[in-house]
Design a protein around this ligand. Structure first.
Ligand SMILES: N[C@@H](CCC(=O)N[C@@H](CS)C(=O)NCC(=O)O)C(=O)O
Length: 222
């Protein structure tokens, strides 16, 4: 096997989704820190490799790819001994893919990024209530997905769990998870926290994200 590098930072949810996958597969890799606040993702060299200048980015020997969902699927297809984390069965895979697209469009872009970007990069210190309501809508959807099953896309762990947990454990800074209203999400989170690599790959970085946003002292406005 060739050499793998993951470019990213712990506070970034999609970076954490890839860290969870790399750890689950027990793949050796070099973790290259990219400090977004020092614009390290906007250098000529980085943008030549990833013109969208996002983290995470994976380097596999001389090949570069980005978007956490593409990276996770690639890692399982190329390196996993079994297809468990990204099933080959078409119906099972369709379910995992649906959850991955949900995370990408509805949770990350629709809920998290719309609130986070203005606070971190444009000096905003307020959040519209409507955006917070969208966070609650996300919790509602995820609670429904967990109906009758222990994991996001079925009865076992997949990369969809890694994707969704990375953002669900971050959006709590805008609207704390009400565990009485969303008991299935609460139980699922406890299940994932049992993974031996969970804290290192997601827990630690999620806390960094939450602390960073809390330090902005934002208020919620109508
Ligand atoms: N859908 C992408 C989102 C990647 C993304 O937007 N990452 C953020 C950090 S969490 C980033 O790199 N922002 C800097 C930029 O877009 O210039 C993925 O899953 O990888």
């Amino acid at each position: 096997m060739g050499k793998l590098w993951l470019y990213g930072l712990d506070a970034s949810p999609p970076t954490r989704a890839c860290l969870l996958t790399l750890k689950a597969l027990e793949l050796p890799f070099e973790y290259v820190q990219v400090n977004l606040f020092a614009s390290e993702h906007l250098t000529e060299d980085y943008m030549k490799k990833n013109p969208q200048h996002t983290v995470p980015m994976l380097q596999d020997n001389e090949s570069y790819m980005w978007d956490s969902h593409a990276i996770m699927a690639y890692l399982v297809r190329k390196y996993a001994a079994t297809d468990e984390l990204y099933p080959r069965d078409l119906l099972q895979r369709a379910k995992v893919d649906q959850r991955l697209h949900f995370e990408s469009g509805v949770i990350f872009e629709g809920a998290l990024r719309r609130i986070t970007r203005p606070l971190l990069f444009y000096g905003a210190n307020t959040i519209e209530q409507a955006k917070v309501d969208h966070v609650d809508e996300v919790y509602n959807f995820v609670e429904t997905f967990l109906e009758g099953q222990d994991y996001i896309a079925g009865d076992h762990l997949t990369i969809a769990d890694f994707s969704v947990v990375s953002t669900i454990t971050s959006i709590g800074v805008y609207l704390e998870l009400d565990t009485a209203k969303y008991p299935k999400i609460a139980a699922w989170l406890e299940r994932l926290k049992e993974l031996p690599y969970y804290e290192e790959a997601n827990g630690k970085g999620a806390k960094q994200f939450v602390d960073l946003l809390k330090s902005k002292n934002f208020t919620i406005v109508a």
